[in-house]
Design a protein around this ligand. Structure first.
Ligand code: AMP
Length: 184
């Protein structure tokens, strides 16, 4: 699942995972859980996350490598929030080969314009109280997305695996668009 913060990757990834009977791997959720549990990894990642910056590649790659080897991920999984830059995408491809798994067969880009993204993130700041949804951090997270993650669209388009889906409308409308793209 690709898209700016607040584009609906988590929500749609969850629905897709349930529909396909495969797990959703979310590096953001894993990192937040590590922070909440106060693990060494969580302590290392917290300040970076609160500032809206990307956590070091080796940390997130370690999380993903461990997770994709668990039995429930052997038949596939949905990636939410990973890869976040081209280096992570390249390592991901290598990891899948290393562990005898199929390559990524589909990248779904949820396209939502910037004004709507900012509106949603402000709303989430109020309803969920996520530290990185603070007003001053929101702008930075969008900049990081534009500079580091947006180029991945080209990466997956080159591999012929990219579908761009309009990420506006009801949750169900967007989900139907995703299913249609996957069928094709
Ligand atoms: P998310 O919930 O996916 O928006 O992630 C929340 C925060 O966790 C991000 O702003 C980053 O600080 C960190 N994070 C999550 N996934 C990654 C990743 N793949 N690479 C680097 N940092 C990440």
């Amino acid at each position: 699942m690709l898209g700016a913060p607040g584009s609906g990757k988590g929500t749609q990834g969850e629905k897709l995972a349930a529909r396909l009977g495969i797990p959703k791997i979310s590096t953001g959720d894993a990192l937040r859980a590590a922070v909440a549990a106060g693990t060494e990894l969580g302590k290392k990642a917290k300040a970076t996350m609160d500032a809206g910056k990307l956590v070091a590649n080796d940390i997130v790659i370690g999380i993903v490598e461990e997770r994709l080897q668990q039995p429930d991920a052997r038949n596939g999984f949905i990636c939410d929030g990973f890869p976040r830059n081209t280096a992570q995408a390249e390592v991901m491809d290598e990891l899948l080969v290393k562990h005898g798994q199929q390559p990524i067969d589909h990248a779904i880009h949820l396209a939502v314009d910037q004004e709507e993204i900012i509106r949603r993130l402000h709303e989430r700041a109020v309803s969920e109280g996520r530290a990185d949804d603070k007003v001053e951090v929101i702008r930075h997270r969008i900049e990081v997305y534009t500079a580091e993650t947006h180029p991945l669209l080209d990466y997956y388009a080159k591999h012929n695996t990219l579908s761009t889906i309009a990420g506006v409308g009801t949750i169900d409308e967007i989900f139907q668009r995703i299913l249609k793209a996957l069928e094709q």
